[in-house]
Structure formats: structure tokens, C-alpha cells
Design a protein around this ligand. Structure first.
Ligand code: ZN
Length: 68
């Protein structure tokens, strides 16, 4: 069973921080597009999965694993 690099509910750091100065994003929706919520200002963005994977720097906090 392979583990995904990221999952729903994880807190991630991106290559570019949000203009508000925070670089902590929570994954709030997974799919063809990934929806992220900035943990600094609660702004949310929708990013195509491929682009997200490229701009993901690291997973800061892993959400508990759940069965999909
Ligand atoms: Zn922000």
C-alpha cells in the first residue's frame, strides 16, 4: 500500500507564501483540483493538482489517516 505524499486535512508549506505573509495551507478538498485554505487569513484557493504537486514544498502536519 503506497502512501500519498499529501492528503485531506494536511497542513502544507508551499514554495511561495501567501501575500498575507503566512506559508501554512490546509488541504480542504482533494480531487482534480486541490483546494487550499490559508491558515493566516482564511483565504482559499483552488489549484490544479499538477500545479499543486509542483509547488508543494513540504507537509508540515499530517492529518490522521483515514480510509478514503
Ligand atoms: Zn493568507
Amino acid at each position: 500500500m503506497e502512501r500519498k505524499q499529501f492528503g485531506l486535512g494536511d497542513i502544507v508549506e508551499m514554495k511561495k507564501q501567501h501575500p498575507c505573509g503566512t506559508n501554512r495551507w490546509k488541504i480542504i478538498r482533494m480531487g482534480m483540483d486541490i483546494r487550499l485554505k490559508c491558515q493566516g487569513c482564511d483565504h482559499s484557493v483552488l489549484i490544479p493538482r499538477q500545479k499543486f504537486e509542483k509547488s508543494l514544498k513540504k507537509v508540515l502536519v499530517r492529518a490522521e489517516e483515514e480510509q478514503a
